[in-house]
Design a protein around this ligand. Structure first.
Ligand SMILES: [Zn+2]
Length: 257
């Protein structure tokens, strides 16, 4: 067996066995595995990693590990402080677009509520997710490490929280989206964009008579044609939105403190 030395930084430690967190540790291996394989063998999905240094030099995932190498592995956030180094992915995705696995339907719904493009279906297989993510340039959100270890997936994020409200806050903070909220601009059912419509342009059967009589503002999904109006449902959503905005504010103040 050969041996090299690894150190993982910041939240990458979440994936390691307890004895390996926040310390340098020896990693025994055979042959010359790629760094991607070695890092994933230690439990860390490659999508969580932004910069790898081997003996102080920035390298790519396909770099081969040799005996005696000292390897430092940094996550996305830590990498903000090391901009002169080579990043593992050429450019970040501009507007974040998400793809959620079958277990994160409630998070998908919440992301849509805030206007984010969140593709989700409850019958997509892992193989389909691995194909759709890169093709549509989407960030895969999942609580399944195995999915993130698929080679095809270049942009992904392992969601730590288990409660949907906390998952939403986690994703908004992780991708720094607090300033990009566009509540009630996207269809909660199908992820389509909502457009304002005037009553004469919609099927009278799609809104109740009292909504029509009160001439409430209407929006319609450009994909599934569902019509939304300012009723009790939307008022309830507005209170959810206000609460999330308040929590983001609190989190920002904690970050500054
Ligand atoms: Zn729709």
């Amino acid at each position: 067996m050969r041996q090299s030395e690894f150190r993982f930084y910041a939240e990458l430690n979440d994936f390691l066995a307890k004895s390996r967190r926040q310390v340098d540790f020896a990693y025994p291996f055979r042959g010359t595995p790629s760094l991607k394989d070695a890092i994933e063998a230690l439990g860390v999905p490659h999508t969580e990693v932004e910069v790898i240094l081997v003996n102080g030099v920035s390298v790519a995932f396909d770099h081969r590990l040799h005996a005696g190498d000292r390897v430092s592995v940094y996550p996305v956030f830590e990498a903000l402080d090391v901009t002169p180094l080579v990043r593992l992915r050429p450019q970040p995705l501009r507007q974040p677009r998400f793809l959620l696995d079958v277990h994160l339907g409630r998070l998908a719904h919440r992301l849509r509520l805030f206007g984010f493009d969140a593709a989700y279906r409850n019958d997509w297989s892992d193989a389909q997710l691995a194909e759709i993510g890169p093709r549509e340039r989407r960030i895969v959100l999942t609580r399944d490490r195995g999915l993130l270890m698929r080679r095809a997936i270049t942009h992904g994020y392992y969601v730590r929280a288990t409660r949907p409200d906390l998952q939403l806050l986690e994703v908004l903070r992780r991708f720094d989206l607090g300033g990009s909220l566009r509540p009630l601009t996207r269809c909660l059912d199908c992820n389509g964009e909502l457009c304002t419509v005037t009553p004469e342009h919609i099927d009278p059967a799609s809104v109740p008579p009292d909504v029509e009589a009160r001439q409430l503002p209407l929006v319609r999904c450009s994909d599934c044609r569902r019509v939304y109006w300012e009723g009790s449902h939307v008022l309830r959503l507005r209170s959810v939105i206000a609460e999330v905005e308040r929590q983001l504010q609190v989190a920002r103040q904690e970050d500054l403190a």
